[in-house]
Design a protein around this ligand. Sequence first.
Ligand code: GNR
Ligand code: NI
Length: 167
Amino acid sequence: MALREILHYPDPRLRTVAKPVEVFDDSIRTLVKDMAETMYAAPGIGLAATQIDVHQRVIVIDITPDKSDLKVFINPQLTDLHGETVMEEGCLSVPGVYDNVQRAERIRVQAMDENGKPFEMAADDLLAVCIQHEIDHLDGKVFVDYLSPLKQQRIGKKLQKRQRVAL
Ligand code: GNR
Ligand code: NI
């Protein structure tokens, strides 16, 4: 297993639209293991492959405090969206920034596991928000895209400055 480096906003590679997984081989299972390890180490409750510069439609999520419920979604598709909820979101690709985002409160998602087996699941509250946040990454979107242009500009400057200082 290996930790992978997480890209930081405004890195243009975060804008890449990921391609569906077509072959479920050991390389996909290694990717899923590395993503889970990277998410737990961060620590975070979700990670999309886009964030580690792998542009395939793979997501891992674990919203439990004790790493006890890893969920893997490959080629996820939202089939039903109901209601609205506003939650304060953060992102491992936008460190130190937290802001409110409105999303669907309840969803259904169809996806495949790391062996290519299809499944469908209903989700609400934090899990529903996290799934929507991660699918956005696969489509090249980041939660700050929902904030005002002024906030986006401030966040971009703050993170660019921090990356210069970190060098
Ligand atoms: O760790 C994370 N926490 C979080 C909190 C509220 C809404 C979404 C998230 S996802 C985030 C990890 C991440 O950046 N996934 O892409
Ligand atoms: Ni994120």
